[in-house]
Design a protein around this ligand. Structure first.
Ligand SMILES: *[C@@H]1O[C@H](CO)[C@@H](O)[C@H](O)[C@H]1NC(C)=O
Ligand SMILES: *[C@@H]1O[C@H](CO)[C@@H](O)[C@H](O)[C@H]1NC(C)=O
Ligand SMILES: *[C@@H]1O[C@H](CO)[C@@H](O)[C@H](O)[C@H]1NC(C)=O
Ligand SMILES: *[C@@H]1O[C@H](CO)[C@@H](O)[C@H](O)[C@H]1NC(C)=O
Ligand SMILES: *[C@@H]1O[C@H](CO)[C@@H](O)[C@H](O)[C@H]1NC(C)=O
Ligand SMILES: *[C@@H]1O[C@H](CO)[C@@H](O)[C@H](O)[C@H]1NC(C)=O
Ligand SMILES: *[C@@H]1O[C@H](CO)[C@@H](O)[C@H](O)[C@H]1NC(C)=O
Ligand SMILES: *[C@@H]1O[C@H](CO)[C@@H](O)[C@H](O)[C@H]1NC(C)=O
Ligand SMILES: [Cu+2]
Length: 343
């Protein structure tokens, strides 16, 4: 038993369109207001059950945006990331959360048990990142804006020295008893959100953005090693079957090492998205998957459900709809259909 199958009763709506050439108006909060009577503390946090609607169609015309590695961005492009995320952090929630940004935290938390240790792990996180990218384009009013990725392998032996942690960038390790992030562009962020931890009771996170670096060689403010580039190459080459590759990636140091090594919110299974570094980390994983797809088989999708006592073959197809996005797995296999590329 890897973790208990607990579910949040929350559903967050984001009616953005993720595909090329489709209109994506920012929905008004009133179309998503809660109608469910509250009976428990968790349910009082519920937004409506309205699902976003996207059309899993082939793209019309679009010029894919080009996602770049963090250190390949200009100063302005880096600042655009912080600007957009901080706008979303101040924008009103479409549900009953702290902000529009926290809606994204809640979407992941809500779905956490459906999207990990199952074949949907990679496609779900792909559409999740794309949905944030579309929101960032809207608040920046820059249709060409692209979500950067962090090539963690470049910093594998001393991840805390990566330029991404600069005091005018993401900031560094958490400080004090609560490991609160006090520097960088997200300094003094707070979130309050119901979440759960596998096998434990539902918990309310209510407080600061937290990081708690897992020390390397017991040295303060260092981060335990990530996977070096040759291990990423071996991972991409580790199987020509999606079923095996997906499992290999999810259980690889390049995935869990960043969650556990950065720690704090990133180390939490469900509310990990509370730290925006999550998006650059998972974008790196998305690129690794796409590299695999190009080298192997872009339409391969199968695998195991490893959530229970033992792994069982998962009953999945490319037609499966990913909640709450109302888009099929098949519609996200080729990133060009989602209107982005990697540099
Ligand atoms: C999901 O999208 C399909 C079209 O692809 C649409 O027919 C359906 O009504 C949508 N479902 C919801 C719940 O919005
Ligand atoms: C960074 O940009 C340069 C020049 O635009 C390009 O040659 C290089 O491949 C890019 N690096 C990465 C990691 O994409
Ligand atoms: C976060 O909460 C602390 C303690 O309640 C408060 O001092 C601080 O102003 C809050 N920060 C933001 C950005 O709301
Ligand atoms: C790590 O550091 C702590 C406190 O400085 C010390 O008590 C502990 O013994 C150290 N552990 C190792 C493995 O060196
Ligand atoms: C990938 O696997 C092939 C065949 O097993 C091998 O020839 C190649 O060297 C491997 N590449 C890497 C980067 O490990
Ligand atoms: C993805 O779709 C684009 C546009 O249809 C196509 O040119 C490209 O070959 C596809 N990629 C793969 C790996 O099949
Ligand atoms: C790619 O994967 C699909 C779906 O599993 C399968 O039908 C197809 O035969 C595979 N193609 C190759 C070349 O292995
Ligand atoms: C697989 O899922 C489909 C669609 O939900 C269902 O009809 C079918 O019975 C399932 N097969 C097995 C073996 O569970
Ligand atoms: Cu996740």
């Amino acid at each position: 038993m890897k973790f208990a199958a607990l579910y949040f009763l929350v559903t967050i709506s984001s009616t953005a369109s993720y595909l090329c050439g489709t209109k994506s108006p920012l929905p008004s909060a009133t179309t998503n207001s809660a109608t469910t009577p509250a009976t428990t503390p968790i349910q009082t946090a519920l937004p409506a059950t309205t699902q976003p609607v996207t059309t899993p169609a082939k793209p019309e015309t679009c010029k894919p945006v080009v996602r770049k590695e963090w250190r390949n961005l200009s100063e302005k492009e880096q600042q655009d990331f912080f600007t957009a995320i901080n706008i979303l952090k101040k924008a009103p929630s479409l549900g009953n959360y702290d902000s529009r940004y926290d809606d994204f935290v809640a979407i992941h938390s809500t779905q956490a048990d459906n999207i990990h240790f199952v074949p949907q792990f990679l496609p779900w996180h792909r559409i999740f990142l794309r949905s944030l990218e579309v929101e960032m384009q809207k608040v920046l009013n820059q249709p060409e804006y692209s979500l950067p990725y962090w090539n963690k392998a470049l910093d594998w032996d001393a991840p805390e020295k990566a330029p991404i942690w600069g005091p005018t960038k993401f900031g560094g390790n958490g400080q004090g008893e609560n490991n609160c992030v006090l520097d960088g562009q997200f300094a003094n962020w707070n979130s309050s959100i119901w979440t759960f931890y596998p096998g434990m009771t539902n918990t309310k996170k209510d407080g600061c953005l937290q990081r708690r670096f897992k020390k390397r060689n017991n040295i303060t403010d260092t981060i335990f090693e990530f996977a070096p580039p040759e291990e990423i190459a071996a991972l991409v080459n580790s199987s020509n079957q999606y079923a095996e590759f997906s499992t290999n990636l999810e259980w690889h140091l390049t995935h869990y090492g960043a969650h556990g090594g950065i720690g704090g919110d990133m180390g939490h299974f469900a509310d990990t998205v509370a730290d925006p570094i999550f998006f650059l980390h998972h974008n790196d994983l998305d690129k690794i998957w796409f590299d695999w797809q190009v080298n192997n088989n872009i339409s391969d999708y199968a695998g195991f459900d490893a959530r229970g006592e033992e792994n069982v073959v998962a009953n999945v197809t490319l037609d499966d709809i990913m909640e709450p996005f109302n888009i099929s797995v098949g519609a996200v296999m080729n990133i060009t259909d989602l209107c982005y590329q990697f540099e």
